[in-house]
Design a protein around this ligand. Structure first.
Ligand SMILES: [Zn+2]
Length: 363
């Protein structure tokens, strides 16, 4: 696998297709929802990473040195000739050794170092990385799970700062620090009217229920499983019209609320929802306050899919699912104004953009 490892490039990525979206037909802005309590939008993340010690690749171990015998000293005239002969032999041996080593000198640590990263370096993007087995990876100062064969995941949140630090320590002790440039996105503002007032400003009683449900969801998203099901890649869980996108700022019945973190796909009630990737079902709930029929599938390493507003769930908690398997049916349960699927992707608590994991919506 070593030959497949490529060095990280520092160059900027081009804007992803989902980075900017044109305004949409207001008639489509009806099938919306939210997974989270109605609270004022968070302030934009501020502060940039400390760059003072962000240096390029460096080696911790000095290169091995070959010591060749030096010229004869004048301490002993008697042994002078012998020493000179020995010195000449030593120099010749040294030259041979250098010649033998030369082909390897340019690749001193081949296959032991190198990190490969695939994915869009943009807010909401997920990167799939690979390092030589036995390496350790830190992202923004936190340890990242690395699989036995070197796979790891890194994600950029909705408001990720423009740079993120990735540190890899290779099995040979060499370490490498990369600064990943994260492209900024512009997000839409979405106005949704006609929601029941209780779903925009819940009562005290409802808030207690909401907090409990948020805890259940958070617990499911904390799971750090060593499975690498995400390697199966992702497909759309349902075909339909995209009626809501990731990151948009929402104004519900005229009140500013948290951004939308999923992708809404309008489809008739009862349409089959399939697993977008292999995984294990970690949460099944028939009726959450905001998200209605809700399900979470864990794809390993903290990466999970959530499916909201379901009318029916076809699998049980703990069940293993494979990509393309029917797992639920589309509905309009919870805070929703029409039948649609809200699909979300999380890397632990970090909310990512599902549309960046799949191609264009199939016709
Ligand atoms: Zn939604």
């Amino acid at each position: 696998m070593g030959d497949s490892l490529m060095p990280v490039r520092h160059g900027r990525t081009t804007r992803d297709r989902a980075g900017v979206r044109p305004g949409r037909d207001p008639s489509q802005i009806q099938r919306r929802c939210d997974f989270t309590p109605g609270v004022a939008p968070p302030t934009r993340g501020s502060g940039s990473p400390d760059r003072s010690n962000m240096t390029g690749p460096h080696r911790l171990r000095p290169p091995r040195r070959w010591i060749c015998p030096g010229p004869a000293s004048s301490r002993s005239r008697a042994s002078g000739m012998r020493r000179q002969a020995g010195s000449a032999r030593g120099a010749a041996r040294c030259a041979v050794m250098l010649l033998l080593l030369l082909p390897f000198a340019s690749v001193p640590v081949a296959a032991e170092t190198g990190v490969r990263l695939d994915g869009p370096r943009v807010q909401g993007g997920l990167l799939r990385g690979r390092v030589p087995p036995g390496s350790t990876v830190e992202y923004e100062g936190e340890a990242v799970r690395v699989s036995a064969d070197g796979w790891f995941l890194v994600g950029f949140g909705r408001d990720a700062p423009p740079e993120a630090a990735l540190v890899v320590i290779y099995p040979n002790g060499q370490s490498e620090r990369q600064v990943l440039e994260v492209e900024r996105r512009e997000y839409d503002i979405q106005r949704i009217d006609g929601l029941p007032p209780s779903k925009v400003t819940p009562s005290e009683e409802d808030l207690a229920r909401i907090r409990k449900e948020v805890r259940i969801v958070k617990q499911a998203r904390k799971i750090d499983d060593l499975r690498t099901d995400f390697l199966s890649g992702f497909q759309w869980p349902v075909k339909g019209i995209i009626s809501g996108v990731y990151g948009s700022q929402r104004i519900l019945n005229g009140e500013p609320r948290r951004p939308h973190f999923g992708i809404d796909i309008a489809a008739p009630k009862g349409t089959q929802v399939v697993a977008p990737a292999d995984g294990v079902v970690t949460l099944v709930h028939p009726d959450m306050y905001f998200s209605g029929g809700t399900m979470i599938v864990d794809h390993g390493h903290g990466l999970s899919s959530a499916f909201l507003h379901l009318s029916r769930i076809l699998v049980d908690k703990g069940e293993r699912v494979v990509q393309g398997q029917a797992i639920a049916e589309v509905g309009s349960t919870g805070r929703s104004t029409g039948s649609h699927l809200d699909w979300r992707i999380n890397l632990f608590g970090r909310r990512l953009d599902p549309s960046l994991l799949v191609g264009p919506m199939p016709k």
